[in-house]
Design a binder for this molecule. Sequence first.
Ligand SMILES: *Cc1c(COP(=O)(O)O)cnc(C)c1O
Length: 353
Amino acid sequence: MKKHNFSAGPCILPQEVLQKASEAIINFNNDDLSLIEISHRSKSFVNVMETGRDLALELLGLNNKGYKALFLQGGASLEFLMVAYNLLNKKAAYLNTGTWSDKAIKEAKAFGEVIEVGSSKDKGYSYIPKEFSIPDDVDYFHCTSNNTIVGTQIKEFPKTKVPVICDMSSDIFSRQLDFEKFDLIYAGAQKNMGPAGATLIIIKEDILGKVERHIPSMLNYQTHIDKDSMFNTPSVFAVYVSMLTLQWLKDLGGIKFIESVNNQKASLLYGEIDRNPLFKGIVAKEDRSVMNATFDLTDPSLKDKFDEMCIHAGINGLNGHRSVGGYRASMYNALPLYSVQVLVDTMQELEKR
Ligand SMILES: *Cc1c(COP(=O)(O)O)cnc(C)c1O
């Protein structure tokens, strides 16, 4: 039996996507060649790249609205640097909601002044700062939509006149948002879209070309836009699997459909965390992430018992991040509701014993 995979990333992918991906490794498109041994310039692969880029824009409702989709490499971590390299002239505003925001801020400081408009670092990032204002004279505002590590999520994005840049690595394609409010979205594939090795970038082309510095070709978004995301050899396997996952999502009914499933999973688990006296949540209730639910035992001496029961139930990847401790259940798009039910049953079983 397949395990119930609550891993925070790399994450669970749909079974049918894994099946198709494994077939493509041996015989792609019935060409008697492997996906990973053909030219990335071949018609077959160019088609994969174009389909993947189109699907990403279509699912977000950003077709024909001045946006380009790119599949690059280097993970979301390289985007921390590329965003600032391409867009930061003098000053930028950052909202610090977690370790990933903090890392983005660190990279940006090499290129100009960074104004931290809000931060929840004082309380271990256990909430989302809300009362803050974004100056009008900054080059852009940067935020992280979902704090994968501690388990908070921005529910309402601030209104501002400046370009909005968002790291959506761990909740892209999980909920409906007005994506036109964002000028650049980036996401490492391995959280909610595919295997590690590709980063999806959604960029409004007209925000580029405004910095004075010279930008090296590989780090310049314009290079990749001009070359249709094929300036150099793309990570063909990661792009292919991401494309399959986006196709799977579209066939299911898109973001609207998956959002309702994701909400069901989250309310089932948070409901049990709040009901069961043996468990407690870690972050502010109103900021709880629908993707990554963090919680802990009220009595730490039950840890060995609960961990053993989880193993017995086939539950994988429930350990909290090393910086937080406790438990973290990541409920990405491909995790079935049934897996969350198994976890909740296990929590109830612990209470009964
Ligand atoms: C995992 C994660 C990252 C880092 O992604 P890499 O692809 O490993 O560089 C950045 N931001 C968020 C929100 C993440 O969850």
